[in-house]
Design a protein around this ligand. Sequence first.
Ligand SMILES: NC(=O)c1ccc[n+]([C@@H]2O[C@H](COP(=O)([O-])OP(=O)(O)OC[C@H]3O[C@@H](n4cnc5c(N)ncnc54)[C@H](OP(=O)(O)O)[C@@H]3O)[C@@H](O)[C@H]2O)c1
Length: 337
Amino acid sequence: MKVYRLDPVGTLDGLKLGEEAEPRPGSREITIRVRATSLNYRDLKVATGAYERTAIKARPIPLSDGAGEVVEVGPGVTRVKVGDRVAPIFTQRWLAGRSDPAYASSALGGPSDGMLAERVVLSEEGVVAIPAHLTFEEAATLPCAALTAWHALFARGKLTAGETVLTLGTGGVSLFAVQFARMAGARVIVTSGSEEKFARLKALGVIDIVNYRATPDWERLVLELTGGQGVDHVLELGGSGTFAKSLAALRMGGSVYMIGNLAESAQVNPQRILAKRANVHGIQVGSREMFEAMNRAIAQARLRPVIDRQFEFGQARAAYDYFASRAHFGKVVIRGA
Ligand SMILES: NC(=O)c1ccc[n+]([C@@H]2O[C@H](COP(=O)([O-])OP(=O)(O)OC[C@H]3O[C@@H](n4cnc5c(N)ncnc54)[C@H](OP(=O)(O)O)[C@@H]3O)[C@@H](O)[C@H]2O)c1
């Protein structure tokens, strides 16, 4: 079968396509024919050796996200059957409840082998059924970006109609936050550094857009848009470079979800957290239980993920390069082999 590996990790030139024997499922394992995968910012960091949160295995198969059909089951499998349409959970061992440091090495696409292969073998516990109305390409965008936004807004944030959500940029996590907020009847404010993407945001129903490049003190605009009150929830995707601004844009007693590091730079004064009586939540993707809850909501709302561009399996390097250019709006997908 065809499979990509990062050999070595450290540069995008390490991404190599090879041929390997088809993997066979062991006890309580399943084989998935991968029909599509998608890219996350983390995948760039893993490939270039910049991912520091968890140790990366030698010559990993990259990408945490994908979707496909079950083509073989090993002895003792009862949770899924051949023909089921499934997506993997990002942290294979995090099924429900709180996360645990012991689960970290089971994360796909670096700590463990990922999805950029013709077939993969996973534990029967490590997958969820995908919503019936979604294509494989659409479902392949869910495991990391969508679940992270869902975890923040619903599992942790208990978002309710009428609240205001602020999200940064127009990447994968951010656009799922936009769609989920609108689904829940919340108002959403989006920052973007790209005027060309404004029209696409408007087409998604976003009315309040703030250009963080043209207006470096964009937090003031967010406060103005909320009558000086601030927002109830912030998906903090920038990290140290934007955290102080996100706090400034927050309503008293609101919640900040620490998710990303797109804009690492400045110092953070923790006194500002006190000043805002803020709830600061560290968010790392989500559990299988959250993934299943999210899929029920996606199915009910018939929500369709925003896919910017699709690449063929043999063009994986072009997909990485395009993703790295940050020209994308939403998700970048690689079709199965
Ligand atoms: N903790 C977790 O579990 C978790 C899960 C998923 C993602 N993340 C993190 O969340 C972040 C977003 O991930 P993603 O996969 O959605 O990324 P992505 O698709 O690559 O999104 C990148 C977009 O963010 C915007 N952006 C870039 N630099 C920015 C800056 N300095 N300030 C504000 N916005 C900026 C740009 O949008 P515009 O062109 O519109 O400005 C860019 O297109 C990353 O840091 C990623 O590592 C964390």
